[in-house]
Write a protein that binds this ligand. Structure first.
Ligand code: UFG
Length: 323
């Protein structure tokens, strides 16, 4: 298919682009490089330096490339920043995203695939979390993604736009060529690996008094390539709806750090710090719906495989893309 990928220069988008191209799709990447990296865009893809805030540019770009499917990764995704600057999140993740939706309708695209998040669930009442769990976001980031889900559903009702929205749990790991590099890094695994690389003296454990077996937060880590595979399955005609993407296994912050020690062979000192505001104690996905409806089969489901792929990329690119 001809696939238009907004945000295809970012961490998740760039690796999905690589997998789409490997599977024989034709890809146009649309990205303003505010968070993404030009070198992360696969050479086989066409690249347009554009911003979703520019409505006419977005409409023209989607129609001129003959897109049959649109994938939307172009959003801000830092919870803490969204609490300090909600306007930035609602403006980009909601308002600018509507330009892309309108472009998809105008160009009569067959499928719209949207990156949503487990952050739409807020503090869940129970784990594992199914798609039927109430969505009660606790920060503007999660709220902005939930608002876009709602809008997407209306576009489906009113314009017959077929969509798949994936609620990602903790995307992690790297491909051989592409990795995780952000201008401001807040995520656990890349920060812990920086210590293993000798770029930081110690990693930080945010909160040791949660109601979990070792007192640290539990998350469900999903390999980026498994996540990308789900996006390709979503392109099949007739697939439509909301899907969780996770492995159904939870690992605590201490378990992640210990796995990083084993994979890297480095001691990785860690310091205990107070809780980070807004962190739920436990987020674990039930992804049975994606397995049953889409035929999704995660291939790199263990934390060791995920950390190992991340370590291979980070140790080969100690200065990220800029190096
Ligand atoms: N953590 C630390 N030290 C760090 C970084 C993180 O202890 O240096 C802890 C956090 O407090 C949290 C856990 O590690 O308990 C995971 O934190 P991340 O920042 O790696 O990821 P989050 O779970 O906060 O968020 C990610 C995505 C969100 C998504 C969420 C869904 O960034 O977009 O997963 O599970 F909503």
């Amino acid at each position: 298919m001809k696939v238009f990928v907004a945000g295809g220069a970012g961490y998740i988008g760039s690796i999905c682009v690589e997998e789409l191209l490997n599977a024989g799709h034709e890809v146009t990447v649309f990205d303003n490089l505010s968070e993404g990296h030009r070198v992360a865009v696969d050479e086989r893809a066409q690249f347009i330096d554009g911003c979703l805030s520019e409505r006419q540019t977005t409409l023209d770009a989607v129609s001129s490339c003959g897109a049959e499917a649109v994938m939307h990764f172009a959003a801000f995704a830092q919870v803490g920043e969204s609490m300090a600057d909600p306007s930035k999140y609602f403006r980009n993740n909601v308002a600018n995203g509507i330009n892309l939706l309108d472009a998809a309708v105008e160009a009569d695209v067959k499928k719209f695939v949207f990156s949503s998040t487990a952050a739409t669930y807020g503090m869940p009442d129970a784990v594992p979390i199914t798609e039927l769990e109430p969505q009660k976001p606790i920060n503007p980031y999660g709220e902005s993604k939930l608002m876009f889900e709602t809008i997407l559903n209306w576009y489906h009702e009113l314009h017959r736009l077929e969509f798949v929205a994936f609620r990602y749990f903790n995307a992690a790991g790297c491909s051989e060529r592409l990795g995780e590099e952000r201008r401001v890094e807040t995520h656990l695994i890349p920060n812990v690996l920086r210590v293993a690389l000798g770029q930081k003296e110690e990693c930080r454990i945010f909160g040791t008094d949660y109601p979990t077996p070792d007192g640290t937060c539990i998350r469900d880590y999903i390999h980026i390539i498994d996540l990308a595979q789900a996006h390709m399955l979503a392109l099949a005609p007739g697939k439509c709806g909301f899907y969780n993407l996770g492995n159904g296994e939870g690992y605590s912050v201490l378990e992640v750090i210990e796995t990083c020690r084993q994979v890297t062979g480095q001691p990785i000192p860690a310091v205990q710090e107070p809780r980070r505001p807004g962190d739920p104690a436990r987020l674990i996905a039930c992804s049975q719906k994606a397995i049953d409806d889409l035929g999704w089969k995660p291939r790199y489901a263990t934390l060791e495989q995920i950390v190992d792929s991340a370590w291979r990329w980070h140790s080969a690119h100690p200065n990220g893309y800029t190096g």
